[in-house]
Design a protein around this ligand. Structure first.
Ligand code: SF4
Ligand code: ZN
Length: 125
């Protein structure tokens, strides 16, 4: 029995590829899954075999609720699985950036309007 992956892009079975979720779904219905799982060595790294995602550094990648394997370094403080696609970065840095952006924007605007605004002497004349 031949595996379904033989006729499809091999990249999908490489961890980190956008086709990973599809690869996992294909493995789930593959007729060769049993034989594939038996053939798969424990030391597989960075690939998906028989519906299991093997991490680059060894071990099995947990599957995020979005369906993609979570190949990030595991965060011990986090109890839920969040893949790189679902992980939302801290917004603190972004808030600072926003503050800096508007501070610069208003500074430039003040400078620009100060050049064109009539001075007190011009107004008096
Ligand atoms: S179960 Fe094995 S043979 Fe089948 S698609 Fe997945 S990796 Fe390929
Ligand atoms: Zn996810």
């Amino acid at each position: 029995m031949t595996g379904l992956c033989l006729t499809l892009p091999a990249d999908w079975w490489d961890l980190g590829d956008d086709g990973n979720r599809l690869a996992l779904a294909i493995c789930r219905v593959c007729p060769a899954r049993g034989a594939c799982a038996a053939d798969t060595a424990e030391a597989e790294a960075g690939v998906i075999r028989a519906g299991v995602a093997y991490l680059e550094r060894g071990g099995i990648a947990p599957i995020c609720q979005c369906g993609y394997p979570d190949d990030k370094r595991p965060d011990p403080r986090r109890t839920t699985v969040l893949c790189r696609r679902c992980h939302v970065p801290q917004v603190r840095a972004w808030r600072q950036d926003r503050r800096r952006y508007w501070a610069e924007y208003y500074r430039r605007r003040r400078e620009a309007t100060a050049d064109t605004a009539p001075t007190t002497e011009e107004k008096a004349a």
